[in-house]
Write a new protein. Structure first.
Length: 114
């Protein structure tokens, strides 16, 4: 991780290897105010999603990525579309919030907007 400020998180692309997902935190005044964000490297492109499953609020980082661009929650099997956060299969009913990701043209820095 490179740096953080109050409205965005800046990471290095290499912090999230291809076809993996890593949980980061947006900055905040107190640790309890820091919002988690799940950054996913799907086939070389980064996406940022709400970090906890909308079924029972458990960590999606423990799940896995499918070859066709979905995340499967490890706990009860909910499936979400990585690109748009949409629920593809339950038991989750609510879509995941997605965050804007901007890869800088030079270097390997990536900005994620809260
Ligand atoms: S917490 Fe993810 S499916 Fe239940």
């Amino acid at each position: 991780m490179i740096s953080q400020n109050s409205h965005f998180l800046k990471i290095k692309k290499k912090d999230v290897p291809e076809n993996s997902m890593v949980e980061f935190y947006f900055p905040g005044q107190k640790p309890s105010e820091r919002k988690p964000v799940l950054v996913i490297n799907y086939k070389g492109t980064l996406f940022a999603l709400e970090a906890f499953c909308t079924h029972e609020g458990l960590s999606l980082e423990d799940g896995f990525i499918t070859d066709d661009g979905k995340i499967v929650c490890a706990w009860h099997g909910s499936v979400f579309d990585i690109k748009i956060g949409k629920v593809v299969d339950g038991p989750a009913k609510r879509d995941l919030h997605i965050y804007k990701v901007k890869e800088e043209k030079k270097g390997d820095k990536v900005v994620i907007y809260e």
